[in-house]
Write a protein that binds this ligand. Structure first.
Ligand code: SF4
Length: 373
């Protein structure tokens, strides 16, 4: 998913379409909104904690993947103050499997900041929110609009797609972002007089839902769309070609080795350094990950354990794709005698309790590969 950005709505000259589109969008949302665990029901006030938690979890991840994690978090930590009192280890453990672990560390840092510096109450402006750890322009706009009804439009990948089709934006992403932001802001309903809400949060969520359920990447269901008579790409029959995108550069393949050592029903693990990729997560010992790394060189980085002289190489490799590079790991296994000491900086954990460790997905794959057969 592309990085997310936000822009405050600007005042626009009044035109019939500009008035009609936001209202059509809200009317569609009132009939077809998705029920999501973090979303307030119609007439309810949104809980900023739940909005924030879901927005952080949803970065780079799908609604389906986030659902169970969100439920686990709110049961264990029902508000931001409770989360701010947790330990980082517990938060990482609960997050394990959701990927992009720097988000979990920022999530925790943010909870601590809100609990300690803001009395457990989230700031209600974009600027105030952006000052918190892990909250960028998109997330600040999303929370401000959804939780506090601030008149601003967060633009995520779904919204980029809808808007680029609706207006047939010919520029390629990412250069087209500012233009898409401006056009998306035109889909906010005008502020209303008196105490009525602008429903900015509903407008944003309506576009997100529209992108997720109707204006999908392939074969959008245009006949069900509230913009069906008004969409330039639909009129041209070119829906599938938007948004225009510059070709992606994929990172260079890195290679390395992972060493899975068992002592009875225990496994040798260590904790990655706090900073950097997968910081603070649990892993089995391994070599560094380099482009073009030779197997023999990688194997030289195996941990030294008393009495261990023979490594078994598992057939095949484990592959994983990080944001900036794909990774290929050769897996070596070994067994050691009961009582063998773990090398410095490593520890034994029972295989039965591995699920409680903050294991990133790549390590889950490695362990599954090693222990398979
Ligand atoms: S009419 Fe079709 S292409 Fe246009 S916004 Fe709606 S679903 Fe997307």
């Amino acid at each position: 998913m592309s990085p997310k950005v936000a822009l405050k709505a600007k005042s626009e000259p009044v035109e019939p379409k500009r008035l009609a589109r936001p209202l059509a969008l809200l009317a569609w949302y009132d009939r077809h909104r998705r029920r999501l665990p973090w979303r307030a029901a119609p007439g309810e006030t949104a809980d900023p904690y739940r909005v924030w938690l879901s927005e952080i979890m949803l970065q780079q991840t799908t609604v389906k993947a986030v659902g169970p994690y969100f439920e686990k978090f709110v049961v264990r930590w029902p508000d931001v103050t409770a989360l701010g009192r947790a330990s980082l280890d517990d938060v990482l453990r609960m997050w394990a499997g959701l990927g992009y672990y720097s988000r979990a560390r920022n999530l925790y840092a943010c909870a601590v900041a809100v609990a300690r510096e803001h009395g457990g109450v989230f700031p209600d402006t974009e600027d105030g929110l952006r000052a918190l750890p892990g909250i960028g322009p998109y997330t600040a706009a999303a929370i401000a609009a959804i939780a506090f009804d601030r008149r601003t439009m967060p633009v995520d990948g779904n919204i980029e797609r809808v808007v680029s089709r609706l207006f047939a934006v010919e520029e390629e992403l990412p250069q087209a972002k500012p233009k898409i932001q401006q056009l998306a802001a035109m889909l906010l309903a005008d502020s209303r007089a008196g105490d009525e809400k602008s429903r900015a949060g509903d407008s944003a969520q309506a576009l997100m839902d529209l992108g997720a359920s109707i204006c999908t990447p392939k074969k959008p269901a245009c006949s069900l769309c509230p913009f069906t008579d008004d969409c330039v790409a639909r009129t041209q029959g070119t829906q599938d070609t938007f948004p225009r995108k510059a070709p992606k550069k994929s990172g260079t393949l890195r290679q390395g080795a992972a060493f899975v050592v068992t002592r009875g029903d225990e496994l040798l693990v260590r904790t990655r350094p706090e900073k950097g990729l997968l910081g603070g997560m649990t892993e089995v010992p391994g070599s560094d990950w380099r482009a073009g790394q030779d197997d023999k060189l990688a194997k030289l980085q195996a941990p030294a354990l008393k009495g261990l002289s023979r490594w078994q190489r598992k057939l095949g490799v484990v592959t994983h794709v990080f944001t900036h590079f794909p990774l290929e790991l050769v897996v070596y296994t070994a067994r050691v005698e009961a009582g063998t000491r773990a090398p410095d900086g490593m520890r034994w954990v029972p295989v039965a309790t591995l699920a409680d460790e903050a294991l990133p997905n790549v390590m889950r794959k490695v362990i599954a590969h090693a222990l398979d057969g």
